[in-house]
Design a protein around this ligand. Sequence first.
Ligand SMILES: C[S@@+](CC[C@H](N)C(=O)[O-])C[C@H]1O[C@@H](n2cnc3c(N)ncnc32)[C@H](O)[C@@H]1O
Length: 374
Amino acid sequence: MKTPRDSSMKPTTPQTSPHEQVTFQIQDIAFGGRGIGRVHQMACFTKGVIDGEIVNARVVRKKPRFLEAELLEIKKKSSHRVEAPCPYFLKCGGCSYQHIDYFHQLTIKEKQLKGALERIGGIKDPPVRTMLPSPKPFEYRNRITVHVRDGALGFFVEKSCEVIPIDSCRIASQEVNSALKKLKSQRPKDGDYLLGERERYGGFRQVNNSMAALMLEAVQGFAIKDHGILLIDAYCGAGFFTHALAPFFSKVVGIEWSKNSVALARREASLHEVFEEGSVEEILPKKLLEASSAETTLILDPPSEGISELVVMAIVNTPPQKIIYVSCNPATLARDIKRLSTHYKLQESTPLDMFPQTAEIESINILTLHGANH
Ligand SMILES: C[S@@+](CC[C@H](N)C(=O)[O-])C[C@H]1O[C@@H](n2cnc3c(N)ncnc32)[C@H](O)[C@@H]1O
């Protein structure tokens, strides 16, 4: 007879072997677009599914704390499921949500932003507003980069340098697709090709024109609500926010390290707009020190890595009255809000769908100093 000391008597977690077929319910959609459910008490991730669906999938990877599975069959379909219009969907590594109706895509992204602010940012019941939809859920991208390898022209397969040949891209504008057709007919040599609308381009530019206009309107509304004297636009690119907000402030400073973008920004600058070329880490501390905190509004629009510890230090050493943090990554946004939480409170967060059909989430976040009247 076996005693409790026998290792074979220990309670065991049911084992899952790679290639095993499993049936489970999708409980949620994680940031990045994969559905998540539970298999043998472990989290299991699968692409191309919708919350509420029951799916049959094959385990393809087993990690110590989670499983990854490949979708085989949908046993119970969500009412939000639609036919993905693109033949390369889930193959090219671009879109994650073409199989989900647009309204539900917005609900999923809103929930993911809230979740990140709660879990990573430590904010109970975060003040997230309803997501602003893109006027165009398809044909919105004003540029794409395609790759040519061994004569094949298209996008990279997800997490690889293998090219999947394409004839068109459903989220790119008609003009971009015409440029793609023209490039294909020229049989280009191996390389990477940026195809964009014929507008002037010299640095970072928002990819979705109609959504960018709505974002500008929203940022403008927040910036001029109780307007200060000085506006600092950190990570300003070619001055997208800076130029539009300049009429509402006595002094405006843009900070950007791309030479091209700064040159473009200076070309359009009015007399009270100054553009400083260099890193935010180096320039922001000086600009904040020169100003009166109570009269300063700071825009932060960093790349997806968020702001560095040096930038956090500069802000808390000389805290501006209001921060408008424009983010394209909920995880780094939530981390940064937590780092700033000794001095700032998240007043409200407005998600906007700059990148429909993809997993990306853009948001405008208003941070106000503790104790400030609002
Ligand atoms: C998300 S874009 C925002 C651009 C601009 N606000 C717009 O809407 O067009 C981020 C910009 O920050 C710049 N950048 C990234 N890290 C930087 C840093 N540490 N210092 C200065 N500029 C930086 C990039 O060159 C890029 O132009």
